[in-house]
Write a protein of this length. Structure first.
Length: 132
């Protein structure tokens, strides 16, 4: 047995040698939380459906996916302020109910272009670029 290892590790933790700096952000009194759901997003309890944003650009435009009541993924783009809400499917995206197939946006550029992937009806993944 190596008895010297445990006391050394204990000393490191007790004396704080292995500290990790953590930055705590103060919540501003002007903070605001905006909630939204994509049109067509499923809402049945326990279904796993709903709206899932994945990226926001410097203009405040948000992209992401929503899962409908049939467990199919669709893409969305929500402009800053929520004035425009665009839903889209990549050409060739599968739409088989219960499959989890469909369109899955991942990133939006400052110009509003969206990249991501889609799953076709054969459950094969493909990339896409959506431009406004």
């Amino acid at each position: 047995m190596k008895f010297g290892t445990m006391p050394f590790l204990t000393t490191l933790f007790v004396t704080g040698v292995l500290t990790i700096p953590v930055r705590l952000a103060a919540q501003s009194s002007s903070s605001e939380v905006t909630t939204f759901d994509a049109p067509g997003a499923g809402s049945a309890a326990g279904s796993g459906s709903g709206t899932f944003p994945t990226s926001i650009n410097d203009e405040g435009t948000i992209t992401g996916r929503y899962i409908d009541a049939h467990n199919v993924n669709h893409g969305f783009l929500r402009t800053s302020g929520g004035d425009d809400f665009i839903t889209f499917d990549a050409p060739g995206a599968g739409k088989t109910a219960g499959s989890g197939q469909g369109t899955l946006p991942e990133s939006v550029s400052d110009g509003g272009s969206i990249t991501g992937h889609y799953i076709d009806s054969n459950n094969v993944n493909h990339s896409f670029l959506w431009t406004p």
